[in-house]
Design a protein around this ligand. Structure first.
Ligand SMILES: Nc1ncnc2c1ncn2[C@@H]1O[C@H](COP(=O)(O)OP(=O)(O)O)[C@@H](O)[C@H]1O
Ligand SMILES: [Mg+2]
Length: 238
């Protein structure tokens, strides 16, 4: 069966696209789904991140860069779709780029990471507009905003409520909070699942993964494999 395709996009830089993509890719792979992450950002953050892993504890999902292909990624992704269950596309920041547009046209699901702060709320309107236009070409596309780097506090709460008001492109009920464990997982070329003592981060990634798998219509029959890709070095607990 051809892969389900998930595009993670937003023209806003630094809103958590790569973080959401990498943690979800790891979670799906650890559940036993053949998962590939396609890095479309020429900065290559996902690719470099996965490259930090040690040989005995590789990053759980396959990570490849197709950034030089730009909108021609479609043909290349079609080649991988037969051999994978889930393909995530980590998009570059610029929305005017043809990359998110091409990716949305072949996707089952689009995720827009948004930090619940006003500048992100404003910027998300452009991303939502692109998703609405893509829906005209690809009527089966589902699009959701994902809370990213959320923290406690009135401003985060108020901005979350603003994002929840949009009925057209809803805010997922789960997302990633701001935690040290996420930055640390990059350092070791892992996801938070591979860090000892990062159970709060791993738990919220699992909650998000379950919601995303549900939207993709993939049954939750497999639990993540514990300890796979784990590391034992001393580390700060988030
Ligand atoms: N939930 C989080 N908690 C802590 N730091 C985060 C979190 N999500 C992302 N970051 C950090 O924020 C920065 C931007 O995130 P990134 O995923 O690279 O954004 P984008 O891909 O949208 O440009 C990076 O330094 C990343 O490590
Ligand atoms: Mg990125």
């Amino acid at each position: 069966m051809p892969a389900k395709i998930v595009t993670v996009f937003n023209q806003k830089g630094g809103c958590g696209k790569t973080m959401v993509s990498m943690q979800l890719a790891a979670s799906f792979a650890l559940r036993g789904h053949r998962t590939m992450l396609v890095d479309m950002d020429k900065q290559g953050t996902s690719t470099i991140w996965a490259g930090q892993a040690s040989q005995d504890k590789p990053f759980p999902a396959t990570v490849i860069s197709l950034a030089p292909l730009r909108e021609k990624l479609i043909g290349e992704i079609a080649k991988h779709a037969e051999n994978h269950e889930i393909i995530l596309i980590d998009c570059p920041p610029a929305i005017e780029s043809s990359i998110p547009w091409a990716a949305l046209n072949i996707s089952d699901l689009a995720l827009i990471p948004v930090i619940p702060l006003m500048d992100n709320v404003w910027a998300s309107r452009e991303a939502k507009e692109l998703a609405r236009r893509a829906l005209e070409e690809n009527p089966d596309l589902q699009t959701f905003c994902v809370p990213s780097m959320a923290r406690r506090g009135n401003v985060f709460k108020a901005c979350t409520e603003i994002l929840q008001e949009d009925q057209g492109i809803p805010l997922l009920e789960t997302g990633l909070q701001q935690r040290n464990a996420y930055g640390e997982s990059q350092m070791f070329g892992l996801s938070v699942h591979g860090l000892s003592g990062s159970s709060a981060a791993a738990k919220e990634v699992e909650e998000l993964a379950k919601v995303v798998l549900g939207k993709l219509g993939i049954e939750l029959t497999r639990k993540p494999v514990k300890g796979k890709g784990s590391m034992n070095k001393q580390r700060e607990v988030a």
